[in-house]
Design a protein around this ligand. Structure first.
Ligand code: HEC
Length: 512
């Protein structure tokens, strides 16, 4: 398993060599110790490494491999020593800077009077390394423990050779190399169960954050945790700055993923285009904008994929939302007497990663606006979990002699034609869409008229239908991903909804 991946990583490295982040900190990490030592396993300070042979670590150029393994004085025995080693070995460019920044997230602290679940996301940005290049997370943090004595840390770091993230586990004085972004998105390593796109994970990327700290809204319990463990946590960050950092980290991965998959010899056109057809990753968003207030409006992104480029706001009667919650029997398991999250109407949405990925495909000339809308408007009232749209990925050829928007379109059309699709099927619709290369405005018009139909409905029956549909997508996130670990994160409704349920594109009523 390992050998082909490393071979691929090396190939990617050649392509990603001009990556902006990589060139920005070219000189930096080689300042002391010297590159030669980083290549010779007999000189590595820490040799307790699993998941990769020490000799193969020469090809891995991320800050974990460099500072905690190759140049470490020895294998850190616990978290306290790990942080101390970094301060010592990775000190360049860090004088006078807070070396660590930590954000706290809790799946229950906002709504549960007895919260028992806090995680950290910590970054360390020294040298001229970007802040998204080294991250780690601690699980089940509290204000009573001796944090320095922890011996389990999940870590990820940007590899300057591959341009991808490497996922690592530090456990009891040893390091396990779990794999990289491509293996995560292929679901070939366990971290990929949640880091499904191979990037930095922030389940709730957009404001309002249900579970992260926000500058004006400290997370209950966070003061005590920072007071107890300040030295090991550093600066106190929040959802806002983490969002910027996560987007930057994911942009870096997107560029490297596309560079790897677009090589004709990779025969990976289907992987290259998967985010256009299928949802790899899911984010959580909320419709409410004020704490514990019923829903009074909705952005179009609660109903359709933002990559369609249609924006609109639906104004809603808060009383209709409260009544609709009662009709569908919504509850927040784990918190008695609560029917909703702090911000109303938490819903799964297509991830920010995929939105950025599709924009990158367009910038790189791998899809054009017409092809993008031709595909995204298939079953567009199911922006997530559309088996109809995702099923069309099989018509994308695995390999093409030339990989650009025109060849991809031609290859897709030929495969669809060869399958002689039944009238009315998703495949037949896509063929019709492809036949007209100037139908982007018409596609957008269809989406706009769907939103207008939703707006024209009476608020309460519309919201009941929307809550039923959202109950389905919440259940699908729970059952098809590992992302929802606590009942308090997402409400449940007491309704049965068919797995193919969706809002009708013409009438905005629930069809099931
Ligand atoms: C059950 C889901 C799940 C699995 C499996 C998982 N993670 Fe994560 N991880 C998360 C979530 C969720 C976050 C971000 C916090 C949030 O959004 O609540 C996160 C955050 C992180 C972070 C902080 C940076 C970031 O991406 O936000 C690191 C580092 C990390 N995980 C490493 C790992 C490694 C290494 C593995 C595999 C050994 C792994 N994770 C497996 C869910 C998971």
């Amino acid at each position: 398993m390992r050998a082909p991946v490393l071979a691929l990583a090396t190939l990617v490295a050649a392509l990603a060599g001009c990556d902006a982040d990589a060139s920005a900190d070219e000189d930096d990490d080689s300042s002391d110790g010297g590159k030669a030592d980083d290549l010779d396993p007999t000189t590595f300070g820490c040799k307790q490494v699993t998941g990769i042979a020490l000799a193969d670590l020469a090809a891995i150029d991320d800050p974990i491999a460099t500072f905690l393994i190759k140049r470490a004085p020895r294998c850190a025995s616990d978290y306290g020593e790990l942080v101390a080693q970094l301060a010592q070995v990775d000190a360049d460019g860090c004088a006078g800077k807070p070396q660590l920044t930590t954000r706290l997230v809790s799946d229950d602290a906002r709504v549960d009077p007895k919260p028992d679940n806090y995680r950290t996301v910590t970054t360390r940005a020294c040298g001229s390394r970007p802040p998204h290049a080294l991250l780690w997370t601690l699980l089940g943090v509290n204000d009573r423990e001796d944090m320095a004595k922890r011996s389990f840390v999940e870590m990820q770091a940007l590899d300057r050779n591959s341009g991808l993230y490497d996922y690592w586990v530090f456990q009891g004085g040893a390091f396990e190399f779990v794999g990289n972004s491509l293996q995560a998105r292929d679901q070939a390593i366990r971290c990929g169960a949640c880091h499904r796109d191979g990037g930095v994970l922030m389940k709730e990327l957009d404001d309002p954050w249900l579970h992260w700290e926000a500058a004006a809204r400290p997370l209950p319990g966070a003061d005590a945790i920072f007071a107890r463990h300040g030295a090991l946590m550093g600066n106190r960050g929040d959802g806002k700055e983490l969002e910027t950092l996560v987007r930057a980290g994911n942009d870096a991965i997107i560029a490297s993923r596309i560079a790897a998959d677009r090589r004709p010899e990779a025969r990976a056109v289907r992987k290259l285009l998967r985010p256009l057809f299928c949802s790899e990753q899911v984010n959580l968003d909320a419709g409410g904008t004020q704490v514990d207030a019923p829903l009074s409006g909705l952005d179009a992104d609660a109903l359709v994929d933002p990559s369609l480029g249609v924006t609109q706001v639906l104004t809603l009667d808060p009383a209709a939302y409260t009544a609709a919650l009662a009709t569908v029997g919504q509850r927040l398991d784990g918190v008695p007497d609560r029917v909703d999250t702090e911000f109303a109407f938490a819903f799964p949405e297509r991830s920010g990663f995929e939105h950025a990925y599709l924009a990158a495909l367009q910038r790189e000339g791998l899809v054009d606006e017409d092809l993008l809308l031709d595909v995204l408007t298939i079953d567009f009232t199911r922006p997530l979990f559309s088996d109809a749209r995702c099923g069309l990925l099989q018509f994308v050829p695995e390999s093409l002699p030339q990989i650009d928007a025109a060849s991809i379109r031609a290859g897709l059309d030929a495969a669809l034609a060869a399958s002689a699709p039944a009238t009315g099927s998703a495949a037949a619709s896509l063929r019709e869409h492809l036949a007209d290369t100037a139908d982007a405005p018409a596609h957008r018009e269809r989406v706009r008229s769907f939103l207008a139909a939703c707006n024209a409905r009476d608020d309460q029956p519309f919201l009941e239908d929307l809550l039923r549909y959202t109950s389905l997508t919440r259940d699908l996130v729970r059952s098809t991903t590992s992302l929802i670990e606590h009942a308090e994160q997402l409400p449940r409704a007491s309704v049965q909804v068919a797995s193919a349920a969706h809002l009708d594109p013409a009438t905005c009523t629930l069809a099931q």
